[in-house]
Design a protein around this ligand. Structure first.
Ligand SMILES: Nc1nc2c(ncn2[C@@H]2O[C@H](COP(=O)(O)OP(=O)(O)OP(=O)(O)O)[C@@H](O)[C@H]2O)c(=O)[nH]1
Ligand SMILES: [Mg+2]
Length: 233
């Protein structure tokens, strides 16, 4: 039986009011819990997952398991590099990483866990937590982003100071862009000559795009380098 017009309007208005109050309560709840976080108390949902990931035991035979930590400022191309190393399928859009991004690779009996922690400023505070588990650090730099090279350099040197032995692979990414700095220029800008001669250091020009997969700057060279590096006894 159809409801009389006035009653139906009242029901609709009541439904809308309940939905609006629900939304407001949800927003208030989110703001409250965000407000209680100190930035290092692992309070958010992804922080909890990050902590579990950090504390996770190596899968299978720990001897063959290697972790590659992928860091760099937001927008440098970390997720893109990971995507093309692991999948080699065309991808139009890659969203910023609001937490972490993890991928597994199994090559020639070597189990590699590639872990990206997002590069936005609030996430950089978590970077150092992952250094001690890592077997190699891949630091991705946007070769076009001149205005933030100093920040990238400072972040990189802060990380390295904590881990003097950790092998380092710096990717001079976005080499497909016409105004990209060369690897020689980036070596200077990032003060890589200041690093200890004891550290294993590689600086590779890369383009993390579908079109570049078969070029000299393909990220597949990074994959080969990682396999070689991590296969060392
Ligand atoms: N032209 C070009 N664009 C790239 C390259 N690498 C990444 N991009 C683009 O740059 C943007 C940022 O790439 P992401 O891979 O999301 O960067 P990210 O370092 O993971 O950034 P966060 O997750 O925010 O820390 C995306 O639009 C990518 O498509 C590259 O080598 N060349
Ligand atoms: Mg990312």
């Amino acid at each position: 039986m159809a409801l009389p017009g006035a009653l139906r309007d009242l029901m609709l208005a009541l439904g809308a009011a309940v939905a609006a109050v629900g939304s407001l309560l949800f927003i208030a709840w989110k703001i409250y819990f965000r407000g209680t976080g100190t930035g290092t108390d692992w309070g958010g949902w992804w922080e909890q997952e990050l902590r579990e990931l950090r504390d996770r035991a190596p899968p299978g035979d720990a001897l063959d398991w290697r972790q590659v930590l992928v860091l760099g400022l937001d927008g440098a191309g970390k997720s893109s590099v990971l995507h093309y190393i692991c999948s080699q399928t065309a991808r139009d859009h890659i969203a910023p990483t609001y937490g972490f991004n993890s991928a597994q690779l199994s090559v020639e009996g070597l189990e590699m866990d590639l872990l990206e922690v997002g590069g936005s400023q609030n996430l950089r505070a978590y970077w150092p937590h992952y250094l001690s588990q890592a077997h190699v650090l891949v630091f991705v730099v946007d070769s076009v982003d001149r205005s933030r090279l100093l920040t990238a350099r400072q972040e990189l040197h802060t990380l390295l100071a904590a881990e003097p032995q950790l092998p380092l692979v710096v990717l001079a990414n976005k080499q497909d862009k016409s105004d990209a700095l060369s690897t020689a220029e980036l070596r200077e800008e990032l003060a890589l000559h200041m690093l200890s001669k004891q550290r294993e250091l590689f600086l590779l020009p890369t383009s993390a795009t579908w079109a570049s997969l078969s070029t000299a700057t393909s990220v597949l060279h990074v994959k080969n380098l990682l396999v070689t590096l991590l296969s060392q006894p």
